[in-house]
Every structure is written in structure tokens, then in C-alpha cells.
Design a binder for this molecule. Structure first.
Ligand code: UDP
Length: 312
């Protein structure tokens, strides 16, 4: 039975990935410091025979007994609201956390997967963004703690591959949504969902002309699993290329939730990227993967889930 470590295992993506790996017969060890992760995300698998959970900050040394086949480093503060509140922790998990987990992979002779981000492209000047695009990032900007920690993380993964011959994967994840994304996450879909379900105005930043491309969580997990199986060590974009303006998204969420909420326009955050859309040619070719769930279909999965969470 393959044995894997998932950092950020109690998070939105981490918990879904743990579940998918357990279903496929892996032994899974999850680790999370619960700054943004929530242990309740692990309820469906907590008592699974092949699952173990540790509350641990991955920037500290990881004591691990037994063999590992994979180290999957998902731990991160991915929401702009969270990472701007915790800029040092964000830099540390991308830098020290990546260093610790790479050191562990080297020690165990394990394969290594790093979840990077579309934010390595910054406020992109080309749309869609292929992996070859080098990005437009301000190293001293308001989002730099996140962008630069992931860019540094990619460089460290590359260095461990070159110097220690570790078999690595780098996923550049684009905007993702689905159940287990926190209601107070701050990102646009849970925020608009909560506002629409509570009959409050939806707070569109700026004129809402900026775009994002949203991937449903099950598609994204399938993409990560396909990347684990593929023989590609350079970064691969994983996301849904269907691009929406934030205003269109607000209108769609009002429609899907059958809400009477209005839209209000607020100040746009500084250096908020104007466009974002993955070029997934590489993922299609090397992973034989493409997302299948439309934004409307994915959003329809959310109202029941968020209504339950609002009652908790
Ligand atoms: N946004 C918005 N209203 C909100 C939250 C976010 O208009 O209440 C906008 C935000 O300014 C950005 C887009 O939605 O243009 C996506 O933001 P999010 O925080 O979800 O993630 P990002 O893609 O910026 O990392």
C-alpha cells in the first residue's frame, strides 16, 4: 500500500485530496497547523483505518517514522484576506515549509508534489497564461508574500530535483471552489454565496470587469491525481479555462441561489490582477486531463452546503 504525507491536509483542497487517495487504497498521513484548515473537514475520514492526522506546523522539523512514497505539500494560506493578515506565516510556509518537506522527501526517497499557484503570473500581461509566461509580479507589492513564497517554492523544488534527483511535480493551481471552502475565506465565491443566501448585497470590487476562471474542486483533485501519475517534472497549470468577469459571476450566483440580493460596487484591492485564465494545453497533453464541470453546475452544489454551515 503506497504511503503518503499531505501537508495542509485539513484544508479545503487537502481534505478532498486525502479522501481521494484513501478511496484508491493509499495510506494517508495528514498534517495541518489549522490556521486556515479545519479539522471538521476530515470528519468523513477521521476514523478510517488507513488515515492518521497530526496537528503540526510544517515550518518546524517533521519527525516521521516509516517509509513514504509521496510528500504532497499543499499547506498554504491561499486567500488574499488570510495571507495579507498573515504575511510572515505565508512566506514561511512557502519557503521553510517547502524546505522541510523537500528534506523529508529526500530522506525517505519519496516523490514530491508542490502546489504552486496562478499568482506566480502576478497581474498577467498575456491572457490566457501558458506555463512559459514568466509573470508580472511586484516583489514589494501587497500580494508579494504569497506570490513570492510560491515562486521561491518552485525554485527550491527545482534545486532539490537538480541536486538530489528527487522526482518532483509542480501544479500551478488556478481559482478553485467547492464544499469545504470556508464561509469566512474571503475569496469571491464563498463571499458572494454567503451574501446571496443571507439576502445581503453582493460586494463586487471595482466595476467587476476583472476576470477569473473557476475550477470545481473534484475536477482539480482529478488533475492533481493525474499529475502524480504523469512523468512531467516542470510546472503544469491546473484550472478551468472558462473565464468570467466578477460581475457576471455575481449575477450567476444570484440566479443559482434564487436570491433577491442586489450588487454593490466597492473599492478594488490594490494590484488585484485584471485577468486570469489558464492555458491548459500542457495538462491536456501530458495528463490527459481536462475539467468537466461547468461553473453553473459547480455552483449549484454549494447552497445546501453553505446553508448547513451557516446554521453551525
Ligand atoms: N472580489 C470581489 N468581491 C469580494 C471578494 C472578491 O469583487 O467580496 C474580487 C476580487 O477583487 C478579485 C476577484 O473577486 O478581483 C477574485 O478574488 P479572490 O479573493 O476570490 O481571489 P484571487 O483570484 O484574487 O486570488
Amino acid at each position: 500500500m503506497p504511503r503518503v504525507l499531505v501537508t495542509g491536509g485539513a484544508g479545503f483542497l487537502g481534505s478532498h485530496l486525502c479522501e481521494s487517495l484513501l478511496e484508491d487504497g493509499y495510506e494517508v498521513i495528514a498534517m495541518d497547523n489549522q490556521i486556515s484548515g479545519q479539522a471538521e473537514n476530515l470528519e468523513p475520514i477521521f476514523y478510517h483505518d488507513n488515515f492518521t492526522y497530526y496537528e503540526h506546523d510544517v515550518t518546524n522539523f517533521i519527525h516521521s517514522t516509516g517509509d513514504l512514497d509521496w510528500v504532497l505539500h499543499l499547506a498554504s494560506l491561499a486567500s488574499p484576506v488570510f495571507y495579507q493578515e498573515n504575511p510572515i506565516k505565508t512566506l514561511k510556509v512557502g519557503a521553510l515549509g517547502t524546505h522541510k518537506t523537500l528534506g523529508l522527501a529526500k530522506e525517505k526517497n519519496a516523490k514530491y508534489l508542490f502546489t504552486s499557484t496562478s499568482e506566480v503570473y502576478g497581474d498577467p500581461e498575456v491572457n490566457p497564461q501558458p506555463e512559459s509566461y514568466r509573470g508580472n509580479v511586484d516583489p514589494y507589492g501587497p500580494r508579494s508574500c504569497y506570490d513570492e513564497s510560491k515562486r521561491y517554492g518552485e525554485a527550491l523544488v527545482r534545486a532539490y530535483r537538480d541536486k538530489h534527483d528527487i522526482d518532483v511535480r509542480i501544479a500551478r493551481l488556478f481559482n478553485t471552489y467547492g464544499p469545504r471552502m470556508r464561509l469566512d475565506d474571503g475569496r469571491v465565491i464563498p463571499t458572494f454565496m454567503r451574501q446571496a443566501l443571507q439576502g445581503e448585497p453582493l460586494t463586487v470590487h471595482g466595476e467587476g470587469k476583472q476576470t477569473r476562471s473557476f475550477c470545481y474542486v473534484s475536477d482539480l483533485i482529478d488533475g492533481l491525481r493525474a499529475l502524480m501519475k504523469a512523468e512531467v517534472q516542470s510546472p503544469v497549470n491546473i484550472g478551468n479555462p472558462d473565464e468570467w468577469s466578477i460581475r457576471e459571476l455575481a449575477e450567476l450566483i444570484i440566479d443559482v441561489t434564487d436570491s433577491s440580493s442586489e450588487i454593490v460596487y466597492e473599492e478594488r484591492p490594490k494590484q488585484d490582477p485584471q485577468v486570469r485564465k489558464p492555458d491548459i494545453t500542457k495538462a491536456k497533453r501530458h495528463l490527459n486531463w481536462t475539467p468537466t464541470i461547468t461553473l453553473r453546475e459547480g455552483l449549484q452544489e454549494l447552497p445546501e452546503y453553505y446553508k448547513r454551515r451557516m446554521q453551525d
